[in-house]
Design a protein around this ligand. Structure first.
Ligand code: AMP
Length: 404
């Protein structure tokens, strides 16, 4: 029996945000059908899917109905409960597998996986109590970041523990000071299981989006350079301007992650690039990634089409860049008058302002409610070099008259 899942088969997606929406667009283009399950209705993915199952992830009857109606199941965010994914597996292949979800949804397990594979990462300590936080602080020192083990993304569930005004002030706090720093931080994350991570004085942040096929084939999109504002991705540009040796090392490390977890699908590795050219793994996302959105316009095969090809057992597509590219996120902040995040959102931004630039492509995710920090869409521009593309998206977004 062929293990290829061919159109017009039905792809099942757990989670219904913008990643599922862009996967759905790619799937529809290739003649697949899409069923989506999440607690929401009229969701970004559901709006354009063939069928939207609006049910709690814990509603295992609904999960069973969903899984019985599809030929393969994937997920578009890693906080889907593992037990939901496992329940699907009885009826359809789950790609990437439940083991990948299990590791990626818990920062401690993720770090332990890095260590077990010999992959470089920031020093860390497991935190389960105020006492273990204190022991961790003794070992790691300050500055350090306390991160909840689960449910953290875009800087949520993170507290900087710094002995001074700036995280760059690197002094060992006195015992009394360490105790009060620890108590405040432990309070701030509401006593949840966490990891304490050494603060990395990186030079840049880069990511590598890659895919692994059912037959073990591997493809990657090179290094993408990312800048964050308030811990949320702001601008991505590719190809990143890094020495070839660094890219080779990133490929080696990324491949080790996909092979170590036996991933079938797309996975993104986020790295810190240090001044001396060393790479440290920050975290992994076992799905298409925000930094890879620019592949829609820039590459022969987008990360979303690649995800489909991988989970359907098809050959991976070319990841070649047709041109350099940059992407700027459009956050819900754009819907609020500048400097007034408390008031009611105003009308939709005037998109003609960004579209007056003929090279800018607008993507909106169909989210009904704009909130500060919420990812509502993005814009992409292509150019001869990545920095030029980044200038275009920055300028285009600035026309929306905000504080960016
Ligand atoms: P994360 O959710 O872990 O990816 O963190 C979000 C952002 O916070 C990262 O992209 C970095 O900009 C910053 N960050 C996270 N961990 C560290 C660290 N150990 N040292 C310095 N900055 C960090």
């Amino acid at each position: 029996m062929s293990n290829k899942i061919l159109p017009p088969a039905t792809i099942g997606i757990l989670g219904s945000g913008q990643l599922g929406r862009m996967l759905t667009i790619a799937a529809r283009q290739m003649g697949y059908r899409i069923h989506v399950l999440s607690p929401d209705s009229d969701s970004p993915t559901g709006q354009i899917a063939d069928k939207e199952f609006a049910a709690a992830y814990e509603d295992l009857d609904a999960v069973q109905h969903f899984a019985q109606s599809v030929d393969v199941v994937t997920y578009e965010f890693e906080n889907v409960p593992t037990q939901t994914a496992v329940a699907c597996q009885e009826f359809a292949p789950l790609r990437p597998g439940a083991n990948v979800l299990h590791v990626a949804q818990n920062r401690l397990r993720e770090k332990q996986f890095f260590v077990a594979q010999g992959l470089p990462t920031a020093p860390f300590a497991e935190v389960t109590s105020l006492e273990t936080l204190l022991t961790g602080l003794e070992k790691i020192g300050t500055p350090a970041i306390l991160k909840t083990a689960t449910s953290g993304y875009d800087g949520k569930g993170q507290v900087l523990i710094a002995n001074g005004q700036s995280p760059m002030v690197n002094r060992q706090p006195s015992i009394a000071n360490r105790q009060s720093l620890a108590a405040n931080a432990w309070e701030a994350i509401h006593h949840q299981p966490a990891i304490l991570e050494g603060f990395v004085e990186f030079e840049r942040e880069v990511s590598m989006v890659a895919a692994r096929g059912l037959d073990g084939s591997f493809a990657h999109y090179g290094q993408i350079e990312n800048s964050h504002v308030h811990h949320i991705l702001d601008i991505s540009q590719a190809p990143a301007d890094v020495p070839p040796g660094v890219t080779q090392e990133a490929v080696r490390l990324t491949r080790a992650v996909l092979e170590g977890l036996d991933v079938v699908g797309v996975l993104c590795v986020e790295f810190f690039l240090l001044g001396n050219g060393r790479l440290l793994l920050n975290e992994i996302a076992p799905r298409p990634h925000n930094s890879g959105h620019l592949t829609i316009e820039a590459c022969v095969t987008s990360q979303f089409e690649q995800q489909l090809r991988a989970i359907c057992g098809l050959p991976l597509g070319s990841t070649r860049y047709l041109r350099a590219a940059a992407m700027a996120n459009l956050l819900g902040d754009l819907w609020f008058p500048a400097n007034d995040q408390q008031s009611e959102p105003s009308n939709h931004p005037d998109w003609t302002a960004v579209l007056t630039h003929p090279h800018v492509k607008l993507h909106l995710y169909g989210k009904a409610e704009a909130r500060p920090g919420r990812k509502m869409g993005h814009i992409t521009a292509l150019a001869n070099i990545a920095t030029e593309a980044a200038t275009i998206v920055r300028e285009a977004r600035a026309k929306l008259n905000t504080e960016y």
